[in-house]
Every structure is written in C-alpha cells, then in structure tokens.
Ligand binder design. Structure first.
Ligand SMILES: [Zn+2]
Length: 450
C-alpha cells in the first residue's frame, strides 16, 4: 500500500490539497488534508511526500500506432512505445486493429493482441472498418462480444480503407443505435487530394504535402461528417483535427449524436514552415502541419473547453526512412507519446492559463468518458485504477533523444524546453517511472475490454 501526501490532487470534484492511498487493486481513498493532520495508516504503507506537486490521473492517449501496418516499420512497437508512454505519464493507449485486404476480423484481432502482449501500458483497440466493411458488419459479434471492442475507425482516404460518405452514412445508420459504439474518423476529401496531387506531380519538396492536402480538404469532409452525425445520432470523434474551419464546426447546432474533435501536440507546436528545407520530411504527418492562425484556433478551442481530446497519433519512423523520400512516398507520422502530458502542462497550463481540471479532461478524462473507460480510468476517486502521475511544477524538461525512453532515433520536438517535469508515474499501483527511468516488465499492461 502507498500513500501520497502533500499533493495538489485534481479530482472530478475539484482540486484538493492532500493525496491518495492506493495499492495494486486501485485507489482506496482520496485525502484532503496536509500530512500532519492525517490519521496514521497501517504499518507498511509507504508514504510519498509530493511536496506540492500536482497529482493527476495517468494519461490516456487514445490514438497511437505501436507497430502494425505498412511496409515501412514504425519505430516503436508495443514494448518500446509503452516505455515512452510511461516516462511521459501516459498509462493507457488506444491503438488499431486494421485488417489487411481479405483478413477476417478474428485474425486481425488475434494478430494485434499478440503484438500488444508485451505492452507495459493498458490498451484498447479501434477496429478499422475497411472497404470490405460489409463482411465485417455481417458478424460484429466477434469484434464486440468476443473481443470487447466497440470503437470503429473509418478513413475517408487511403488505399484499402477509403470510404465514401454514402458508406459512412450506411455504417452510422446501422451502428449508431448502440450508444456504447464510438467512431474515430480520419477525414480528408480523397478526390480533392488526388486531384491536387495529379496537378502538382511528385517532388522532394515536402511543402507539397501541405499544398496537396490543404485545410479545405479536411474541413469539407468534416463538415459533411458533422451533418451525418446530426442525421444519424452517431458518436463521433474526428481524429487529428488541424484547422480553424474544422474547429468552428464545434459551434454548430447538433440535434443528436456526439461530435468531438481530437488534436495532437504537433499541430499546436509546429507550423507548415517546418516542411521547408532538407529536413522537411522529418516533420511530415497527415493531415500536414498548418498555419499560425490554425494553431491559434486550436488553442482557443482547448482553452474554452470545446476541443476535448489531445492524442498524439504517435507513429514515428526512423530518419533513414524519412530522408530522401518524396512527399508522396514519405512514411507520414511523428513521435509524441512521451511528450504529450508535459507539453500540455507547460504550453497549456503554465503558458496559457489552462485550468488543471481542463488539463485532466484533455489528457485523460474526456477520452475515458467517450470510450467507455470512466471512472476506472481518467479519474482520481476510490475504486478507480491506481494510475497516477506526479507533475513537479518547479522542474523543467528538455525534450528529445537525451531523455527518450522509446525506440525513436530522432524527435520532431528535439531541444524543446518545457516548464514542469513528470516526476513519478504509477500504473496499477506500482511505480513504473521514477523521474529518470522506466521500471516495468513487458506484458504488465492489460487489454481493456469494453
Ligand atoms: Zn493515426
């Protein structure tokens, strides 16, 4: 049993000066008094003096890619990715079961469960409904009842997974009736992107990535999806939202359903200028980086509480696969899982006045609620899992390879200096990060059945 004292605890009922008592089964009590006024605890309870640090729920990153798809290997698998996650205060992730062409649901689920068996963080999956979705919909019981997966990922671009709006409407209208089901959607107008790519041809200049995947391509598709939510009542989160026009949709009326936006730290931290020059390929992801004005709109939506979820879309590739590619062959994706929590703390809370309650929403609670994990996850309350993070507000963190705990060989965030420091991380009541090193065994994470 452990007892954290003298922390500023962020609970659903507000911020308390006190701490928490927990063991491997979960949080036993939340205390709201300074240590000298607390009743003594049983012998053997280890006391940890937080010295005024913030105590927040373990982070939930609901959009990561730890291995799993494409010909070019993603730098992190579930083991190295989860070590990065733990060092950054994230104790739960959501990854993907994406069927290869012709692969049936049971096979892809078994394959991804095997991939994840070395995970040191808890995990859940989004199931990708590909172009063969009719076959999958014919037998959902193996996805939902057998495997306990109720989240679906849809893409409106990409080979093998492109769904038109009619397909999406059909899927929503058949599945939206069960409110436990959620949809995460990659939204870009595939026709517009293809047309711009044909027009501009291929190039080693990565600024073409931004030109051929403009904000309009995202916004048009997201707007159409917003209409489909209103029509069908589906519960939808738009993956990696990037631009001001998309954010503006949050102000539109929504008679039924749920419509959330997710964004990622890289869209808040960098602009399309990073795509220029020799190293531009190292800043490629899809949708691409946008403008300062788009960043401002994303931050405003975060600060006002309208934009709910901060994920990373962590999908790093080693630099050798990025350099020398063209904008059409480059493997798109960057790192982030280790930096998300401290980035949100430094740039949100310290720099922009984001409240700690909103910080918790953004980094864990909103995802926990949307994906059916709350209050087990994303919540400091008796009975919740003892996934806990101490954030030292006085320390600082320099991001990059010097502190990376995962397998990446470069970071888009290299050298970024942030306020605050992830001081200690507990998962399932056990200390998994002590401020310097990760202490976790492969396979110590559990699959979260929902
Ligand atoms: Zn992704």
């Amino acid at each position: 049993m452990r007892r954290i004292v003298n922390a500023r605890v962020v609970t659903p009922a507000g911020i308390r000066l006190g701490g928490a008592v927990f063991d491997e089964r979960g949080i036993i009590a939340v205390e709201d008094a300074p240590s000298d006024r607390l009743a003594p605890r049983p012998e053997g309870a280890e006391t940890i003096d937080a010295e005024g640090a913030w105590l927040v729920p373990g982070g939930i990153d609901p959009h990561v890619h730890f291995g799993g798809f494409g010909d070019i290997p993603i730098a992190d698998d579930f083991w190295t990715g989860s070590c990065g996650a733990l060092a950054g205060g994230t104790t739960t992730v959501m990854d993907f079961c994406e069927p290869a062409r012709g692969e049936d649901a049971r096979a892809v689920i078994a394959r991804r469960m095997a991939d994840a068996s070395c995970s040191a963080v808890d995990y859940a999956f989004h199931f990708v409904l590909s172009e063969q979705y009719e076959d999958l919909l014919a037998d959902l019981s193996c996805i939902e009842d057998e495997a306990g997966i109720r989240d679906y990922k849809l893409f409106t671009v990409y080979d093998n997974t492109t769904l038109g709006l009619d397909d999406v409407r059909s899927i929503f209208s058949r599945l939206a009736g069960d409110l436990r089901r959620t949809f995460l959607i990659h939204a870009e107008d595939a026709e517009l992107v293809a047309c711009l790519q044909d027009e501009l041809g291929d190039s080693v200049d990565m600024q073409y990535l931004a030109r051929t995947r403009p904000d309009t391509a995202e916004f048009r598709e997201v707007e159409a999806l917003h209409d489909l939510v209103a029509e069908t009542g589906a519960r939808v989160c738009i993956a990696h939202s990037t631009c001001a026009e998309t954010v503006a949709l949050l102000d539109g009326p929504l008679p039924c359903g749920e419509f959330l936006l997710e964004t990622c730290p890289h869209y808040l931290a960098f602009t399309e200028d990073a795509l220029a020059g020799d190293r531009g390929a190292r800043s490629t992801m899809v949708p691409p980086l946008r403008t300062i004005a788009d960043q401002a709109a994303l931050w405003e939506a975060i600060l006002s509480g309208k934009l709910s979820i901060l994920s990373t879309d962590h999908c790093p590739y080693h630099a050798r696969y990025k350099d020398d590619a063209t904008y059409r062959t480059v493997p798109c994706g960057v790192d982030g899982v280790q930096w998300r929590m401290i980035y949100a703390y430094s740039e949100g809370v310290v720099k922009r006045g984001l409240s700690m309650e909103r910080f918790v929403d953004l980094t864990s609670a909103a995802a926990a609620r949307f994906y059916g994990m709350w209050p087990r996850k994303g919540c400091i309350a008796p009975g919740s899992d003892a996934d806990l993070v101490l954030i030292d507000p006085v320390g600082t963190t320099t991001l990059g390879m010097g502190v990376s705990a995962s397998a990446i060989d470069y970071s888009i965030y290299e050298g970024m200096e942030l306020s605050g420091r992830i001081a200690r991380v507990f998962k399932g009541g056990r200390e998994v990060y002590d401020g310097t090193a990760v202490h976790a065994e492969p396979g110590s994470g559990s699959f979260l059945r929902r």
